[in-house]
Write a protein that binds this ligand. Structure first.
Ligand code: SDX
Length: 429
């Protein structure tokens, strides 16, 4: 806390508000008393200048391209650690010791199976249902099965619900995929690591053994780490707002999945690959660049731009390297889609429209190419994002619940509608 203050002048009267300083990043002006003392609201559509909470979990410097989970930079975590270690870090605030990690990994493994009755939920969907629709439904339904971990006031139940969410999301995602292609679900295998287990549940069939390619499981694990958390993005803010009413964690995560689905957010990886496929050949790139710049055309370059990053998304750089590793392991020398992506990136990074607006590739630009190379269909891309982001949503939800100053989120508005008027009977209108 500093004694720095911001002074607001309204109708010649000065009002002082404290300026708070965090451990990193911009200072904030605490306006929590503004309405009470000035009878004014602030207006900030899209929350471009608004901090919704204090948090110790993830730090982003959009100008320097820095992303850190609990102070550890994403490059080190993605290249030297593994996803479950990152989950422990996000949940508990410190990297685990060898014994803590072994215990945590084992706890997660023990929760990977779904209640057998939940399998029946999938058959209620059409086979061609978008897997994100299935994820929203099935994750929301978890609260109907796990009553012993929905009392959010009980720390032990909060932790069990956290473990269950992290452990069961890959199983639910794999079951949604298997259901969509008419294959039987594959049960989790307790002798496999998190990413290998997920790949096996997606791509194994009961008729033969399935061996996970270590390059693929390493790439999958790294993709999970890169997507694990990202400060107060739209879906995380949705989870926090849902949780602020006291809703159970499964319902809150289902709300986060629904928000992530949008093409402006987590749905951008699916949209980016569809866009690259639509471009089809490098000579059509200028046509799409022109469309992205045309104010009368709603088309945007999917996988480009970011509310916070005004430089290269550090996750995109790591993903670009991972894409090359996976394609090399597959013996794919010149993937036409990757070729288009790299040419599109090169052109966009020199075009003044994009340079002026600080529009760089974000995590979704390369993730689709990697996931396609790993064998996933496009409509599964956002599902994988949701699997990875579940730990971030849960960590942020726990932090919100455990904040002694926590209260229900309830924004106000600038009303522009009709003034008060009297009802007119229908025969007099
Ligand atoms: C994710 O918030 C997070 O952290 C999200 C995420 C996470 O990990 O949780 O990082 C994951 O969602 C990444 C973003 C994925 N979305 C996309 O790739 C979709 C395409 N990108 C855009 O829709 C857009 O860039 C946003 C939504 C990501 C950010 O939008 P903003 O911050 O609201 O910026 P804006 O819409 O005000 O754009 C500023 C200018 C505008 O032009 P002008 O009005 O100034 O002339 O840039 C233009 C926009 O038209 N612009 C684009 C563009 N993105 C912004 N023009 C063309 N193509 C684009 N992609």
């Amino acid at each position: 806390m500093t004694d720095k203050k911001a002074t607001l002048t309204i109708d010649g009267k000065n009002w002082d508000f404290p300026i708070l300083t965090g451990s990193m990043g911009p200072d904030v002006i605490d306006i929590s008393t503004l309405y009470k003392i000035t009878n004014h609201f602030t207006l900030d559509p899209g929350f471009t200048s608004t901090a919704s909470c204090e948090s110790e979990i993830t730090f982003i410097d959009g100008y320097e391209g820095v992303l850190a989970y609990r102070g550890y930079q994403i490059e080190q975590l993605a290249n030297e650690g593994d996803f479950l270690e990152t989950c422990y870090l996000l949940l508990y605030g410190e990297l685990p010791t060898l014994s803590q990690k072994a215990k945590f990994d084992s706890q997660i493994t023990q929760h990977t199976m779904l209640h057998e009755q939940m399998g029946k939920l999938f058959s209620g969907f059409r086979r061609d249902a978008h897997p994100m629709a299935i994820m929203v439904g099935v994750v929301g339904a978890l609260s109907a099965f796990y009553h012993d971990s929905t009392d959010i006031s009980d720390e032990r139940q909060r932790m069990i619900a956290s473990m269950r969410m992290i452990a069961k999301m890959p199983t639910i995602a794999a079951m949604a995929y298997k259901y969509s292609i008419g294959q039987p679900p594959i049960y989790p295998a307790n002798d496999l690591d998190y990413a290998s287990n997920f790949l096996r549940m997606c791509f194994a069939v009961p008729c033969e053994d399935y061996r996970v390619n270590p390059v693929f499981s390493r790439a999958m694990d790294r993709i999970f780490t890169l997507h694990a958390d990202h400060e107060q993005n739209a879906s995380t803010s949705t989870v926090r707002l849902a949780g602020s009413s006291g809703a159970n964690p499964f319902a809150c995560i289902a709300a986060g999945i629904a928000c992530l689905w949008g093409p402006a957010h987590g749905g951008a990886n699916e949209a980016a690959l569809n866009m690259l496929n639509e471009i089809g050949t490098p000579d059509r790139i200028p046509e799409f660049i022109a469309r992205a710049k045309d104010k009368d055309d709603p088309f945007r370059l999917m996988g480009f731009g970011h509310r916070v990053y005004k430089s290269y998304d550090p996750r995109a750089k790591i993903l670009q390297k991972t894409t090359h590793e996976v394609l090399e392991a597959l013996g794919i020398k010149d993937d036409p889609i990757l070729e288009i992506a790299m040419q599109l990136e090169k052109i966009a990074l020199t075009d003044k429209y994009f340079v002026k607006r600080n529009l760089y590739p974000n995590i979704d630009f390369y993730s689709g190419i990697t996931l396609k190379a790993l064998g996933f269909p496009t409509d599964m891309f956002t599902v994988l994002f949701a699997v990875a982001r579940t730990v971030g949503w849960i960590a942020q939800w726990k932090e919100m619940i455990e904040d002694p100053n926590q209260k229900i989120g309830r924004p106000r508005q600038l009303f522009q509608g009709s003034n008060i008027r009297n009802y007119v009977p229908v025969d007099k209108r």
